[in-house]
Design a protein around this ligand. Structure first.
Ligand SMILES: O=C[C@H](O)[C@H](O)[C@H](O)COP(=O)(O)O
Length: 233
């Protein structure tokens, strides 16, 4: 059995080979992206000049601790490359993201980047998205009305549910960096991610959802045989 952390680090290490001096980077969130920021910091300590926009307060704290220079999308609205993890990756490189609750900032940062590399171990590859619960970020105002509207959209898309308000291990409601809540939708199989993405966006109160359609340029998938590029570099 391979160590999952070693696989994530392999994917992160390969992604580092696509980082060039002077690049403006989007820094992802999660356990795989954390390896990337660790490795990036080593290169920065060795003289690599980059500047990064973190996709969460957790990543910001890590990058600050490791002396990776940071900026914001207000100061630096166009980025060269974002490197981030994913919860699921389908053959078209559509993704489910947001398992760590950072989907809103992750999507804004990825959308501001010329390219996005997804880093993951092979367990994240699926034939069809939906086995991983789809995170849907919602405004606190009108939460129950929004939840019902979202449930109708999911029902029409063939998602059996349940649709759960995300809670932390201590039982308190999970609050995102943006101050919103997350509904996790059990879909099992998302037959048409593009259509579902559009319908979720049309619900007032939905701030963002974890379907990342057409944002990933390519993926680096690590398995015990090594880290391989999937898609066109
Ligand atoms: O909100 C969190 C992010 O979308 C993560 O990138 C995603 O959940 C994957 O995280 P991990 O690398 O820990 O599996």
């Amino acid at each position: 059995m391979s160590d999952p952390e070693a696989l994530k680090r392999d994917a992160a290490a390969k992604a580092l080979s696509f980082v060039e001096d002077g690049m403006r980077l989007g820094l992802g969130t999660g356990s795989t992206a954390k390896h990337f920021v660790d490795l990036l910091a080593e290169r920065v300590a060795g003289g690599l000049r980059v500047i990064g926009v973190p996709t969460s307060e957790v990543t910001r704290a890590q990058a600050e601790r490791l002396n990776v220079p940071l900026t914001t999308l207000d100061e630096t609205p166009e980025l060269d490359l974002t490197i981030d993890g994913a919860d699921e990756i389908d053959p078209a490189l559509n993704l489910i993201k947001g398992g760590g609750g950072a989907l809103l900032r992750e999507k804004i940062v990825a959308s501001a980047s010329a390219r996005m590399i997804v880093i993951a171990d092979a367990s994240k590859q699926v034939a069809t998205l939906g086995r991983y619960p789809l995170p849907i970020e919602v405004n606190l105002f009108g939460l129950e009305a929004t939840r019902r509207a979202v449930a109708k959209v999911l029902d029409a898309a063939g998602c059996p549910g349940p649709l759960n308000l995300r809670k932390k291990a201590d039982g308190h409601v999970f609050v995102t960096d943006g101050g919103h809540m997350i509904l996790d939708a059990a879909c099992e199989r998302i037959a048409d991610p593009v259509a579902l993405a559009a319908r979720l966006h049309a619900v007032p109160g939905v701030v963002e959802h974890g379907l990342f359609i057409g944002l990933a340029s390519f993926a680096i998938i690590a398995s015990p045989g090594g880290a391989e590029v999937v898609g066109r570099v």
